[in-house]
Design a protein around this ligand. Structure first.
Ligand SMILES: [Fe+2]
Length: 193
């Protein structure tokens, strides 16, 4: 088995709860990320989610395939995603979030790809593909995180909106996240089995 591993680190002016929300908000996946065309949640509770993602094949983008993903909140700073995707290559993504200030944090992103048999050959191109992919996803997610941070500080609550009175539109509390993220019962990512 050949292990391909890449790590990235970025800082952003949002609270840790906003970073975690972005990972646990499954509804944005195929609306915002150009590489995905669908997402279905098979199971979710207060620390894990099991979901199917439909993704476009690299190079042959009109063809799609599905990956099985398990996302776990390992502790208050760490998310792990276990994925079985293209060519049955298993991957493990570890996200760590370190709070630097009230609304600032450092995000560590570590990717491990486990290449068995002939898939070792993919080791030649994977590092640059991971880098391109990480940059693309970061750019696509950035406006969501910044907007969420801004509206939460203005008192926004999911399914309630902003406080009616403009001078009540202020929230100085810790921006914490409660899992699972609440969704409408008819959300398109809900899978009724
Ligand atoms: Fe995202």
């Amino acid at each position: 088995m050949k292990l391909v591993e890449r790590s990235f680190e970025r800082e952003i002016d949002v609270a840790p709860g906003v970073v975690f929300w972005n990972y646990w908000d499954h509804e944005h996946l195929y609306v915002v990320h150009d590489n995905y065309t669908n997402a279905k949640i098979l199971f979710e509770d207060e620390r894990m989610a099991v979901y199917l993602l439909t993704y476009r094949l690299p190079l042959i983008r009109f063809l799609t395939s599905k990956s099985l993903n398990v996302m776990i909140q390992r502790d208050e700073h760490t998310i792990q995603v276990f994925n079985l995707g293209l060519f049955s290559v298993p991957s493990i993504t570890t996200i760590t979030v370190e709070q630097l200030g009230r609304d600032r944090c450092r995000i560590g992103m570590n990717y491990k790809f486990l290449l068995f048999g002939w898939r070792r050959l993919l080791g030649l191109m994977l590092p640059s593909m991971i880098e391109t992919w990480n940059e693309k996803v970061w750019v696509e997610d950035l406006p969501l995180k910044l907007r969420r941070q801004r509206v939460l500080r203005h008192g926004f609550r999911d399914f309630h909106g902003m406080p009616q009175e403009v001078d009540e539109r202020n929230n100085e509390d810790e921006l914490e996240l409660t899992l699972p993220v609440t969704r409408h019962r008819d959300s398109p990512v809900n899978m009724k089995l």
